[in-house]
Design a protein. Structure first.
Length: 255
């Protein structure tokens, strides 16, 4: 029997129109669609009627479907000759274990392709009016995970090195470690007055942004009931948020 194929497709940060033309084509031709919790589920409506939809949505610290099983699902359907679309939030290779899935697919001898997506680490900030770089404020950006792997006792992030850089720091999966993160950055010399933004549900219609400084962001997050999914942004570019938040401007002009 002819073997199928797996497409690892980036769905973008949330606003469904941020998926690529190629990514949408993949969905329209999918026999099986395997998707995550953070993928905007409205995208599923573009799949053909016969398409089987498999929700492998993960919570941040417990995994309803273990990664090994997700890998098996992708490989098994492909071996049945199906077009399998693995729809992942943002860009498939920015965290979220896309690389691990690709490795497994290749090792099992299945043909695959990757369709990049708009990562929340850049596009999510954009929707909050925060340019990730700016000639006056940041000439680099650094995207890190704030999540400590359960099997690794040591913090994998070199906060000391990050604290010494002028660039924008974008932290994914960091909400539950916000206190540790802000403490580390201050401890290693980042100014306590450095602006911080937290962008929740970026680019969705329930997007919410809170701002503060390294010094007070833990308190602000508590008061404003910050919850994942969220992007933590540390750096001077956060100062542009109010001025450039076009989603807010659009809401005001249509109100
Ligand atoms: N591959 C994805 C990231 C997956 S890791 C990408 O490129 O965007 C999951 C983390 O991404 C979440 O914990 C959160 O920190 C961040 N994230 C993804 N989408 C988001 C959104 N719409 N709003 C805020 N944070 C988001």
């Amino acid at each position: 029997m002819m073997s199928g194929k797996v497409w690892l497709v980036g769905a973008g940060p949330g606003d469904i129109s941020l998926i690529t033309v190629k990514g949408l084509d993949c969905i329209k031709n999918a026999d099986v669609l395997v998707y995550d919790r953070l993928v905007n589920h409205e995208l599923l409506n573009y799949a053909p009627a016969h398409c089987e939809k498999v929700n492998v949505g993960k919570e941040s610290d417990h995994h309803p479907i273990p990664q090994i099983q997700i890998n098996q699902i992708l490989v098994e359907y492909a071996k049945q000759g199906k077009n399998v679309v693995r729809l992942k939030s943002g860009d498939p290779y920015v965290f979220g274990r896309g690389g691990e899935e690709a490795q497994e697919i290749v090792e099992q001898g299945v043909v695959f392709e990757v369709v990049p997506g708009v990562t929340s680490a850049i596009g999510g900030l954009t929707y909050a009016g925060i340019p990730v770089t700016h000639r006056d404020y940041a000439s680099s950006f650094h995207v890190v995970t704030g999540h400590l792997r359960a099997d690794k006792a040591k913090d994998p992030i070199n906060w000391q090195a990050l604290a010494q850089l002028e660039g924008t720091i974008v932290i994914l999966m960091g909400v539950s470690n916000l206190e540790h993160i802000s403490n580390e950055l201050i401890r290693y010399g980042k100014a306590a007055t450095t602006p911080v933004a937290i962008v929740m549900w970026a680019s969705r219609n329930n997007q919410r942004v809170v701002t503060g400084t390294l010094q007070n962001i833990v308190q602000v997050a508590k008061e404003q009931q910050v919850k994942p999914p969220a992007l933590i942004v540390v750096g001077e570019v956060v100062r542009l948020h109010k001025l450039l938040d076009f989603t807010q401007l659009l809401a005001e002009t249509t109100a």
